[in-house]
Design a protein around this ligand. Structure first.
Ligand code: 5AD
Ligand code: SF4
Length: 474
């Protein structure tokens, strides 16, 4: 049984003192930090905290590895490809360190919670000075200070290898350097208890634990007061928010409470597990004016047999029923999904069912992945007779279908006027602004750069598989 572990004020005070010590030690000249993020929005959010800590330690931020005095990798373990990229990029810093022996290289994130990865970083990547897990973001200054202190005393025997096994903690009051003044991530929970058989997340991110509603609402209120226009509530499975809290608040209740805060903002959330997406959720989405009519509802497969082997707790029919209920209550719903192709034991017939699900549901956008075995998960030891080449053929067929449907869905916007939030400028002089519809579709617009950060009406004149095009009509 998981016991909630809350970080205390005293523990945070230790971190603040470490920040001061680091700041003093580095006061001779300006220092710069680079945080390189891989994977999901939860990691993006953790990286904002890491940047907050680094700034509290006296670092400026840079995106140039050659200028950096510390490089922090915030890694992802969901698929092997992301891990290989991290190894490549960490290894590449060997040259930088040869030029600048003071460079500190830290590796954090989900990869490090796997014992084999931790060993590999320790034994084969001498360039790495510090390894820490997602459960240790709250004590980043303490770990960094140990590296620095040991460096002073013990030369290059200064490494700190943490990433201790943990079910996870709940930490409030951490600093955060937000990436944007317009859009914000708001993490409402952490970890996952679902144990889908292919997925490493429950093994590395620990048990599911929700932040208290007061803390979330206070943060959301601050964001709205600061003029943030787009707030995304984050969790591995937001639909089970509140489990284990005494407040009796579930996810729809929380959504409604955030919606009711003063301010002009769009409220989004991700990710939703289909097994926990209820009528109450969709009714709440329909009733609350700030909530985007978008749901990311990962199907993973269209074959009930494969879904069972994945331990998803729904079958094809139940998933389709959920989609039908959602669309009945929210006729303009934007629906997106994740699909895994080539799960162990998946047959051509199973794959055809996935394809037919995609054709039936007609997603606005899809994230498609070829199954990647993750050590320690049940699926990694299931027989997997289909060749990589065959999986690639299936994958390409799925992608063709997904792209055609997205293009058709986007084409249906042409000639319409949509309310969009202008969120930035592009490098394209003919479509100089980027924006999002309330449903989250990307729009490239022509318009006055002063519109960045504002809601405007956009006339949609053209579309592609990936985006809508138009001009600001206000
Ligand atoms: N292989 C391929 N895709 C995976 N995902 C999670 N684990 C794996 C894996 N082992 C995908 C799922 C999930 C998304 C975030 O990543 O589709 O929804
Ligand atoms: Fe992984 Fe399933 Fe949890 Fe999502 S719900 S993080 S796919 S175990």
């Amino acid at each position: 049984m998981y016991e909630r572990q809350e970080i205390t004020q005293a523990q945070l005070e230790v971190q603040r003192r470490c920040c001061e010590k680091i700041k003093d030690a580095l006061s001779d000249r300006p220092r710069f930090a680079l945080v390189d993020t891989y994977g999901c929005q939860q990691n993006e959010s953790d990286s904002e905290i890491l940047r907050g800590w680094l700034m509290d330690c006296g670092y400026g931020l840079t995106s140039d590895p050659a200028q950096a005095d510390i490089v922090v990798f915030n890694t992802c373990a969901v698929r092997e490809h992301a891990e290989q990229r991290v190894y490549g990029n960490v290894g590449a810093l060997t040259h930088n360190k040869a030029k600048n022996p003071d460079l500190i290289v830290a590796v954090g994130g989900c990869m490090t919670q796997q014992e084999t990865v931790k060993e590999k970083l320790k034994n084969s990547f001498r360039v790495v000075d510090m390894v820490f897990g997602p459960h240790e973001v709250w004590k980043f200054p303490e770990l960094l200070w140990s590296v620095m202190e040991r460096r002073g005393r013990r030369g290059n025997k200064s490494r700190v290898i943490a990433a201790e096994p943990s079910d996870g903690v709940v930490a409030e009051g951490l600093p955060r350097q937000r990436d944007s003044e317009i859009k914000a991530w708001l993490s409402i929970m952490n970890g996952c208890d679902n144990f889908c058989t292919y997925c490493i997340v429950p093994h590395v991110r620990g048990r599911e634990r929700s932040r208290r509603p007061e803390a979330i609402l206070a943060e959301a209120r601050k964001l709205a007061e600061a003029g943030v226009k787009d707030i995304t509530l984050l969790g591995q499975n937001v639909n089970s928010y509140g489990k284990g809290l005494a407040d009796g608040m579930d996810f729809p209740d929380l959504l409604r409470a955030v919606n009711d805060l003063p301010g002009d903002f769009v409220l989004r959330f991700m990710t939703s597990h289909p097994k926990d997406a209820t009528e109450k959720l969709f009714r709440t989405m329909a009733e609350c004016d700030k909530i985007a009519h978008h749901i990311h509802l990962p199907a993973q497969s269209g074959s009930s047999r494969v879904l069972k082997a994945m331990n998803r707790h729904y079958d094809r029919e139940k998933y389709l029923d959920t989609v039908a209920m959602a669309r009945k209550l929210l006729p303009d719903l934007v629906l997106t999904t994740d699909i895994i192709v080539g799960f162990p034991g998946e047959t051509e017939a199973d794959f055809e069912e996935t394809l037919s699900l995609v054709e039936e549901v007609r997603y606005d956008a899809m994230f498609t992945f070829i199954y990647s075995p993750r050590t320690g998960t049940p699926a990694a030891s299931m027989p997997d007779p289909v060749s990589r080449a065959e999986k690639q053929v299936w994958f390409d067929r799925l992608l063709d279908s997904a792209n055609r449907i997205s293009a058709e869905k986007h084409a249906a916007y042409v000639g319409k006027t949509c309310r969009v939030l202008v969120d930035g400028e592009t490098n394209d002089p003919t479509r100089n602004l980027s924006a999002r519809t309330k449903g989250g579709r990307l729009v490239h617009l022509t318009g006055d750069p002063a519109l960045v950060g504002q809601f405007v009406n956009a006339e949609i004149t053209d579309s592609s598989t990936w985006a809508l095009f138009g001009h600001a009509s206000e």
